[in-house]
Design a protein around this ligand. Structure first.
Ligand SMILES: Cc1ncc(COP(=O)(O)O)c(C=O)c1O
Length: 365
């Protein structure tokens, strides 16, 4: 359904075609085509020039990571897969946010992990609740997405980040920090990554260009202690021999030429317009039956119905009317929420979609 062109995708977590950097990609592809020389199986860690560019970029966020502590992966999802197969022990408990990024849940379960949900409310992850858990040494890990969390778009405050790191150090609980929305701030940059407070190599840090450039590039990265990165790069070679060389070259050039940064500036402005437009539509049409918070970055608005609305029914009715939404019940047992994207749909589609939802809701209450 996510790829159907005939429906309004109010659900999709990708930049819309109005935000796709055609010019930057076309210019860069031309430039890179003159530089392509090696098309063999690459280094297990990924192209060294790309790793150096990512290392430079991470420094802007306060992360000191040498090129040898960075593994290029085919998207953040592959980093999670490698960690769950290569580092976490089968039967371990993975503490996850509730609600959490959907595919991470499937992936950890498939790798034989027990999942323990910790609530996320409008102030983000509940650190106190985590401290009350039975955290077993060597058999537990925490997976968090502290910046513009998917699906709620909440942001973990600086104080909470510091507290979380303290607790995790005390319990010796490794953290998998998924930070793929960081560059997509709208109002102001987010507090520093958890990784910047990590003195003991306890945080495994994941990023990706799927949300900022294009998901089809399949380029992301994982930062961790060199021994862990080396082990995972060996495992990774057994899985797929590394990420596409052409994609790696393209991203390397986008970073080194400064076009990535320029594209981000334009994207932030456009996302601000799109977010404000969706907020305006919600205020105009859904204010009587729902609440939401204004996200300060990312792609989504997390809407909570204040009236007794059956979101299972609403989801089906929306689909029959040509609108795809993400109902909260696909993440956990919350039947009163929906996730709406302002990144993918056009202004016109957002307006049409919200009017259809409004009309359908009139029959619910
Ligand atoms: C929090 C989070 N992590 C990871 C991913 C997957 O990213 P990638 O395309 O880099 O594999 C997504 C995609 O929606 C996501 O929202």
């Amino acid at each position: 359904m996510e790829n159907r062109k005939d429906i309004i995708q109010l659900s999709k977590g990708e930049l819309g075609i109005d935000l796709f950097p055609y010019f930057e990609i076309a210019e860069t592809a031309k430039k890179v085509s003159g530089q392509l020389h090696e098309f063999g199986y690459g280094d297990g860690l990924g192209d060294i020039q790309l790793r150096k560019e990512i290392s430079k970029n991470l420094l802007k966020h306060g992360i000191h990571a040498s090129a040898s502590s960075i593994l290029i992966v085919s998207g953040a999802l592959q980093a999670l897969k490698l960690l769950s197969v290569g580092i976490l022990k089968r039967g371990s408990t993975v503490f996850i946010e509730s609600p959490s990024y959907l595919y991470s849940i499937y992936l950890f379960r498939a790798a034989g992990m027990q999942l323990k949900p910790i609530p996320v409310d409008k102030n983000g992850f509940d650190v106190e609740e985590l401290s009350k858990q039975n955290i077993k040494n060597n058999l537990s890990a925490l997976y968090v997405n502290p910046t513009f969390q998917n699906p709620t778009t909440t942001i973990m405050s600086l104080q909470k980040r510091q507290l979380l790191i303290e607790k995790c150090q005390y319990f010796q609980l490794p953290i998998i920090e998924d930070d793929i929305y960081r560059d997509l701030w709208i109002d102001e940059p987010a507090p520093p990554p958890l990784k910047t407070f990590d003195q003991q190599g306890q945080v495994l840090y994941i990023g990706s260009f799927s949300k900022t450039i294009a998901a089809g590039l399949r380029i992301g990265w994982l930062v961790g202690p060199e021994s862990v990165i080396k082990r995972l790069s060996d495992l990774r070679m057994q899985i797929d021999y590394g990420s596409s060389y052409a994609s790696q070259m393209l991203v390397k050039e986008l970073l080194s030429s400064g076009l990535y940064e320029k594209h981000l500036e334009r994207t932030r402005n456009r996302l601000k317009q799109k977010r404000d437009f969706l907020l305006h539509l919600l205020n105009q049409h859904l204010v009587e039956c729902a609440t939401w918070s204004k996200p300060s970055g990312g792609f989504f608005i997390w809407v909570t119905f204040t009236k007794n609305i059956d979101t299972r029914k609403l989801f089906k009715e929306c689909l029959n009317s040509g609108v795809l939404i993400n109902p909260g019940f696909i993440y956990n047992d919350n039947y009163r929420t929906i996730r709406l994207s302002f990144a993918y749909p056009s202004f016109k589609e957002m307006e049409k979609g919200i009017l259809i939802i409004k009309e359908l809701l009139a029959n619910h209450v």
